[in-house]
Design a protein around this ligand. Structure first.
Ligand code: BT5
Length: 315
């Protein structure tokens, strides 16, 4: 046999990146000849990996490609990935794939040209950042859509906290802010079949190594450059963990979301074509926004509120 799975070879080199690995050891591990190993190392180099080859010592992975690499993502995540260098919207592509029944897959791109937010708003995908979509491929009751939005937003906030050390502020239902600026947005979309959705597409936009003047990014917050493969790995793993917990106890995740949401904040909400001023009082146990307007408290769902603007100082 002279063929080596490039994902497997890359995983091996990643695991042994501290010291060179000899061609002989690699050949033995993959049950191929040393020239076959050399041929596959060249293929990895063609895909943008820098691999140092030292005589009598062996190969060592020294740098990763600047563009996203589907094989590196596969090696890290052990999931199926569809990588497109450029796309209008990863959610559009995922929705199309979902209808064709390819759902156990993560869609990623380096360049998203027509990213969408909620209610027809625009998501301006930043260079060297993340735009991805994945599926929740179970039949979902539409009334679970709001709690699921909160669960995804919570998981993205946790991933950002883990990566930067900063405490996120989650803004109902789909935004992650850090230090008063937006770092990430989530868009969950589907097709409906009566009261059900056959699957959900979850889109995440996260500013990573860019410096958007109107927002913040991981690099802005920390002053570091981030390997986006690693960031994607953390986003996906945090989501899988949150989803597992959500299925056991959705109320707990809603409660956790609420803990990261600013409250008692003067705000304006857009509802039924009108702007209302009031106070955000919190999130109820179904995930609805509790908004105090005059003497009444409204519990507002996903389809009611078009926009929430916090006008008071966020503590
Ligand atoms: C969102 O909507 O924030 C959801 C964004 C979801 C983007 C992902 S990327 C992968 C997938 N494919 C897509 O086409 N979409 C998803 P919303 O809460 O409606 O916020 C939109 C508002 O965020 C805009 O009106 C801007 O004010 C602001 N915004 C746009 N681009 C931004 C950015 N890069 N960083 C921070 N804020 C941004």
């Amino acid at each position: 046999m002279s063929n080596v799975d490039l994902v497997e070879l890359l995983s091996y080199l990643l695991k042994h990146a501290q010291k060179p690995v000899s061609g002989e050891r690699l050949a033995r591990h993959f049950s191929v000849s040393r020239p076959a190993i050399w041929k596959h190392i060249k293929q990895l180099e063609k895909q943008g990996f820098s691999i140092e080859a030292r005589p009598r010592e062996g190969y060592r992975l020294v740098a990763l490609p600047q563009r996203l690499s589907p094989i590196l993502l596969k090696a890290r995540l052990k999931r199926d990935i569809i990588y497109v260098p450029r796309v209008n919207s990863t959610n559009d592509l995922a929705l199309k794939l979902g209808l064709e029944n390819h759902k156990n897959i993560i869609v990623v791109t380096d360049e998203q040209t027509q990213g969408r937010g909620r209610w027809g708003r625009t998501w301006k995908s930043q260079p060297d950042s993340i735009a991805l979509s994945f599926f929740i491929y179970e039949k979902i009751y539409l009334e679970s859509l709001l709690p699921i939005y909160l669960a995804v937003t919570f998981s993205v906030g946790k991933a950002i906290q883990e990566l930067t050390g900063y405490m996120p502020q989650l803004h109902w239902p789909n935004d992650v802010f850090i230090q008063g600026k937006k770092a990430a947005g989530i868009l969950v979309e589907t097709f409906t079949e009566g009261k059900f959705a056959p699957f959900l597409v979850v889109g995440i936009g996260l500013n990573v190594n860019s410096h958007p003047p109107f927002a913040t990014s991981l690099a802005d917050l920390t002053g570091h450059y981030f390997d986006r493969h690693y960031v994607i790995d953390r986003l996906v793993k945090q989501w899988e963990n949150t989803w597992w917990n959500f299925k056991k106890d959705p109320a707990k995740i809603i409660h956790l979301f609420a803990k990261y949401h600013p409250i008692q904040i003067l705000s304006e909400i857009e509802l039924d074509g009108k702007t209302h001023r009031g106070l955000i009082e919190g999130i109820d146990n179904q995930g609805r926004l509790i908004f105090k307007c005059g003497s009444s408290s409204w519990h507002l769902g996903l389809d009611m509120v078009k926009a929430v603007k916090m006008t008071g100082k966020i503590l």
